[in-house]
Design a protein around this ligand. Sequence first.
Ligand SMILES: Nc1ncnc2c1ncn2[C@@H]1O[C@H](COP(=O)(O)OP(=O)(O)OP(=O)(O)O)[C@@H](O)[C@H]1O
Ligand SMILES: O=P(O)(O)O[C@@H]1O[C@H]([C@H](O)CO)[C@@H](O)[C@H](O)[C@@H]1O
Length: 159
Amino acid sequence: MATFEQKLCTRTTLPQRIADLPKPVVLTNGVFDILHRGHVTYLAQARELGASLVVAVNTDASVKRLGKGDDRPLNTLADRMAVLAALESVSLVVEFDEDTALEVVQEARPDIYAKGGDYVMSAIPEGKEVIAYGGKAVAIDFAHDRSTTKLVAKIRQYG
Ligand SMILES: Nc1ncnc2c1ncn2[C@@H]1O[C@H](COP(=O)(O)OP(=O)(O)OP(=O)(O)O)[C@@H](O)[C@H]1O
Ligand SMILES: O=P(O)(O)O[C@@H]1O[C@H]([C@H](O)CO)[C@@H](O)[C@H](O)[C@@H]1O
């Protein structure tokens, strides 16, 4: 097993694994189906908001309920988590099967919660929760106009 896979974490061990991380801890969540320059730039920026970055990843069943498309996710949860774990900016990777990462935020109680600029923190359950307990919720503006959906369309057009 590659060393980076030691960053893979279960929900039950998440609180203890987080307790062992350098503080402040940043948490984000997402699907991260086909990783692109927007994702890795945003994850590096999220990591720079604190001293550690935890990424919560939607299970395949959770993605199906998000309505991104019947063909999504293209990459399995295991593959999406491994690719994220390989990033230098990422400290821990955990899965979640719920519709939102609210419960993960409640279990992890990160000091900082981050999403890309396509979200408004006061409008999403995770952001509201972190703000309610006195943490910071940060929406990071896109530095690169990329999306998995656009990449999939491009591949299908030239495939
Ligand atoms: N171009 C981008 N720049 C910065 N952050 C991004 C960008 N695209 C997505 N993000 C952020 O990355 C996280 C994962 O998003 P997601 O996996 O939905 O990416 P996506 O490329 O938009 O996928 P899809 O096209 O399937 O919706 C979210 O927090 C989102 O805000
Ligand atoms: O990769 P996405 O689509 O940006 O990630 C989603 O984020 C949602 C957000 O946290 C608002 O709740 C979340 O609900 C959803 O489960 C995906 O993680």
